[in-house]
Design a protein around this ligand. Structure first.
Ligand code: IPM
Ligand code: MG
Length: 356
C-alpha cells in the first residue's frame, strides 16, 4: 500500500515523540511491504518562529493532500503572548476544521501492566477500564464568537456555545456505530439542566438512538460524569459529548489509566483522511530531555493504520509490540512503578519498533 502521511512534529516534546512514531511506521512499512512517504508540515510555535504564521498555507496544503496526518503537540509558554488568531492552538483548531474532522475518538483503556500507575484504588481498577470518548471536535464553544470588550469601564469577555441539529446528529451516529462494534452502550453527556445547546443535544441524540435499537442509551450530566469516571469507570462503554466537555473528560479519563502520555486519538470526518495525535500537550518542561512518553503517539499511528488505511493486522502489530515492551518491565518516567526499568523516549520507541 502506498500512502502519504503529513507529519506535524510541533513544539515541546512533539519532535521527540513523533520521531519515534515515524520510526515505528517505517518498521511496519518494511515488515509488511508498504510504501509510506512522510511529508513534514510545520505548524504551531515553531512555524510562528520560522514563518511568522502558526499554520502556514503550505502546511495546510500538505495536510489536505495527504492520506493522513500525524501530529505531536503544539504550543508552549514561549508563544503565550502571540495574538489570539495566530496562537499555536488556533492552528490546531483551524486544521481540524479545514479537514472537516468533526469526530474525535479518545480511547481510555487500562493496560493491565499499568494498573499500579493508575491513581485509582486497586479495587476500583480491578473492574477494568475500557471506554471510548467520542468528542465533537469542530463545533460548540471552541468555534463560537469570542470577544473581549470594555463595558462600564471594565473588560468583559464573551464566548458563545453554538450547535446545530445536524452537527449533533452526525457525531451521535459515530458514537452509536462505535458502540455497535463494542459493548453496545452509549452514555451521552450534557448540561441540559442549564444549557440550551445541551437540551438540543439530548433531544437530537434521542432521535438518532431510534435508528440503533440494538444500542442502549442513557443521558448523564457532565458534572456527574466527571464524578462517575473516578467512582466506577467500568460502567462506561462509549461516552458521547460536545467539544469542551470532551476535552475535559478525556484528560480525566486518560489519567485514571495511568498516564496522559499513553492515550492516542483519532479525528475523523467524512472521508478516510484522519488526523492522529496523542491527547497530551507539548510538555515544555521536559522537552529535549529524552523523558517524554512516545506511547500515545505510537498508538495514534496504530489508529491511523486501522481507521484511515484499513490495515488491521499492522495496527494490531503495533499495539502488541507496545504491550510486549510493557510486559518486559520497561517504562518511561510518567508510568514508572516499583520493579520497572525506567528508559527514555528514544529507547522506548526503539524497543517497540524492535518488537515489530
Ligand atoms: C486537546 C487539546 C486542544 C483542545 C488544545 C491544544 C486546543 O487540549 O486536543 O485536547 O482543547 O482540543
Ligand atoms: Mg485537551
Amino acid at each position: 500500500m502506498r500512502k502519504t502521511i503529513a507529519v506535524i512534529s510541533g513544539d515541546g516534546i512533539g519532535p521527540e515523540i513523533v520521531g519515534q512514531a515515524v520510526c515505528v511506521l517505517q518498521r511496519i512499512a518494511q515488515r509488511f511491504a508498504h510504501d509510506f512517504t512522510f511529508a513534514p508540515a510545520p505548524m504551531g510555535g515553531c512555524a510562528i518562529d520560522a514563518y511568522g504564521k502558526s499554520l502556514p498555507d503550505e502546511s495546510l496544503n500538505t495536510c489536505l493532500a495527504a492520506d493522513a496526518v500525524l501530529l505531536g503537540a503544539v504550543g508552549g509558554p514561549k508563544w503565550d503572548g502571540v495574538e489570539k488568531e495566530n496562537r499555536p492552538e488556533k492552528a490546531l483548531l483551524r486544521l481540524r476544521s479545514a479537514l472537516g474532522l468533526y469526530a474525535n475518538l479518545r480511547p481510555a483503556q487500562l493496560f493491565s501492566q499499568l494498573a499500579d500507575a493508575s491513581p485509582l484504588r486497586a479495587d476500583i481498577v480491578a473492574n477494568g477500564i475500557d471506554f471510548l470518548v467520542v468528542r465533537e471536535l469542530i463545533g460548540g464553544i471552541y468555534f463560537g464568537n469570542h470577544q473581549t470588550e470594555q463595558i462600564d469601564g471594565e473588560p468583559v469577555a464573551t464566548d458563545t456555545m453554538r450547535y446545530s441539529r445536524s452537527e449533533i446528529e452526525r457525531i451521535a451516529r459515530i458514537a452509536f456505530e462505535a458502540a455497535r462494534k463494542r459493548r453496545g452502550h452509549v452514555t451521552s453527556v450534557d448540561k441540559s439542566n442549564v444549557l440550551d445547546c445541551s437540551r438540543l443535544w439530548k433531544q437530537t441524540v434521542d432521535a438518532v438512538a431510534v435508528h440503533y435499537p440494538d444500542v442502549t442509551l442513557r443521558h448523564m450530566l457532565v458534572d456527574n460524569c466527571a464524578m462517575q469516571i473516578v467512582r466506577d469507570p467500568s460502567q462506561f462503554d462509549v461516552i458521547l459529548t460536545e467539544n469542551m466537555f470532551g476535552d475535559i473528560l478525556s484528560d480525566e479519563a486518560s489519567m485514571i489509566t495511568g498516564s496522559v502520555g499513553i492515550i492516542p486519538s483519532a479525528s475523523l470526518g467524512e472521508g478516510s483522511r484522519g488526523l492522529y495525535e496523542p491527547i497530551h500537550g507539548s510538555a515544555p518542561d521536559i522537552a529535549g530531555q529524552d523523558k517524554a512518553d512516545p506511547i500515545g503517539t505510537i498508538l495514534s499511528a496504530a489508529m491511523m493504520l486501522r481507521y484511515s488505511f484499513d490495515l488491521k493486522r499492522e495496527a494490531d502489530t503495533i499495539e502488541n509490540a507496545v504491550s510486549k515492551v510493557l510486559d518486559a518491565g520497561y517504562r518511561t518516567a510518567d508510568i514508572a512503578g516499583l520493579g520497572t526499568t525506567v528508559i527514555g523516549c528514544a529507547e522506548m520507541g526503539e524497543r517497540i519498533a524492535a518488537e515489530i
